[in-house]
Design a protein around this ligand. Structure first.
Ligand SMILES: [Cu+2]
Length: 271
């Protein structure tokens, strides 16, 4: 009796662990994609020389309570380097921060800081977040360039995820990116409205689109061309990957290991 159940359980365990290994790059954690966090800018290649973070923008994990962009400690210290003149996205009197989550960890709180002070806190009561998470934060008491520290406090571990997001509030700080209208509603799957500071790179054309997909020129992150890393995709964009057409569910800057597929359903919906 014991052996009869032990064998299938062991098999299940092997399957689960091999899936976990295969999935870990795509499933791990999350980061703020819009307005782009520093790690998002590094992953997109907008800011270069970032070190390892460019390959894993979702991995800025550190114990709770830090006020540093890298969460403290020795890893990813490039994110703390103010001399890099991080591009600041122009936002209105409020800004909607959108997180790319491919692992939906139980969540204590999401908290936003400016100049070391908490400006917004969202309590998830230790629940599992939706696949798409965004928060609209009132920034009207500030103007010009500010660095917003966005923190995802995990509910069932001592850890948190840290993002520094450079913004130009009201566009008065100079050198900002394309102005956007201030978001007034928060739809879970709505595309973030803040444009990245760099134009999307052109997508390669080597993968033929699947049957019936339009063959538009690869000039932007939409239109059904082949998925590519380093592209700023917006919600509603269509891409093809390995013969399947997908629709983007939330804006993000694509990176390798986040190709459309079953581990990135939060980002890509198969059509
Ligand atoms: Cu994680």
């Amino acid at each position: 009796m014991r052996r009869m159940i032990a064998y299938p359980l062991a098999t299940l365990g092997m399957v689960a662990s091999s899936l976990a290994v295969a999935a870990s790059p795509a499933m791990a954690h999350g980061y703020v994609s819009s307005p782009p966090s520093r790690q998002a800018l590094c992953a997109a290649g907008t800011v270069t020389g970032c070190g390892a973070i460019q390959f894993e923008p979702q991995s800025v994990e550190a114990p709770k309570g830090s006020t540093e962009c890298n969460g403290g400690g020795a890893a990813f210290t490039e994110l703390n380097d103010e001399s890099r003149n991080w591009p600041a996205a122009t936002v209105g009197r409020s800004a909607t921060f959108s997180w790319v989550l491919t692992a939906r960890h139980r969540t204590a709180t999401w908290e936003y800081f400016v100049d070391g002070a908490s400006v917004a806190k969202f309590d998830d009561n230790n629940q599992i977040p939706a696949a798409s998470v965004s928060h609209t934060v009132d920034l009207s008491r500030f103007s010009g360039k500010k660095t917003v520290l966005a923190v995802w406090n995990i509910g069932d571990t001592p850890m948190a995820f840290y993002n520094c997001v450079d913004v130009n509030i009201g566009g008065t700080g100079g050198g900002g990116s394309t102005p956007t209208t201030a978001p007034t509603t928060t739809a879970p799957t709505a595309a973030p409205t803040t444009a990245p500071t760099k134009a999307p790179t052109t997508a390669p054309t080597t993968t033929p689109p699947s049957t019936g997909a339009p063959t538009t020129a690869p000039t932007s992150g939409g239109g059904g061309q082949a998925w590519a890393p380093g592209v700023s995709y917006q919600a509603g964009d269509k891409v093809t990957y390995e013969g399947v057409t997908y629709e983007c569910r939330q804006g993000h800057n694509s990176i390798r290991s986040w190709e459309p597929g079953i581990w990135t359903l939060a980002l890509w919906l198969p059509l």
